[in-house]
Design a protein around this ligand. Sequence first.
Ligand code: AMP
Ligand code: MG
Length: 348
Amino acid sequence: MSYPTQVLKAGENFAGCPGIRRAAESLRAGELVAIPTETVYGLAANALDEQAVGRIFAVKGRPADNPLIVHISEMAELEKLTMRVPESALRLAKRYWPGPLTMVLPSREDVVPSLTRAGLSTVAVRMPAHPVARALIAAAGLPLAAPSANLSGKPSPTTAAHCFADLNGLIPFILDGGPCGVGVESTVVDMTGETPRLLRPGAVTPEMIKDELGELILDPAIYSEPDPQSPVASPGMRHKHYAPKAKVAILKGDWQSCKAFMALKKTQGAMALVFEEELSGCPLPALSLGPQAEPETHARALFACLRELDERGAERVYARCPQSDGMGLAVYNRLIRAAGFEEITVDS
Ligand code: AMP
Ligand code: MG
């Protein structure tokens, strides 16, 4: 089906905003709406309607083995979706919800359609903090499945314009709530085992989770390419992600060594992704992720930078390596996937 995709402004009075009312009606009718959240824009549908969820997979071209996150606005909804909620999960919810934290829990398989869970016995649940997302979930009266509102494999959208670029003609509405505050997808933690396991890093950092629960296993898929032969805890880790058209490589080494390396790579289509302080001395045309000491700024800028590299016709991109702790870990996790796991050590 083809639509004249409309971009609706989500106004200040969220609950009474006509855009939210129309979006909620569409969702109740089984249609898809792109919505702002504090992480990235989501492509939302009624999580309990198998047909509506099927449309998400079709529109995004998302592999059917990659389960969706279900977004709720109240704790009471969590009980409806899950078999049991361990005490540790309740503690994380109390501390970090609403917010950029997703928890994988045993699913009520009679309530959450198999397609939403990609056939798993677990369901991933998040309570977003963005006022538009919350108002919309409440207005629709539905839990919303909402993966990032991009075509599968592309960088996630952090503005309504990014959603429009990918989904124009494919969905009826995009709700514009301005640029996303966090800029990378939520932290995903599997709470079904003895010890919580971090499947995807995000703005709720490993340090923050350990501060509440004392322990956390970091899944190896966070840093490294999953072995295609072995099972992965989070199926989404297996797929190519966030990639611009250009071939990206992460440079490992200090700025002097990166600069020397880049100076040897000056060809048509070669570009760099660097920290703000390095822009003026960079041997290649470059975009900035923000000041080196600000990983939160890098997170907000990353996906827009990857899209802009495409617009500028980049063919080969050399990126500075983000920090590997705190919010930096989330940025590194996305960039290493955008780079297809290509890292070049440039220290002499
Ligand atoms: P996205 O919706 O594109 O932000 O991706 C959702 C992420 O959550 C993917 O990496 C999924 O693999 C992961 N995820 C969703 N549901 C589950 C689940 N039941 N078990 C493990 N990982 C999940
Ligand atoms: Mg995604």
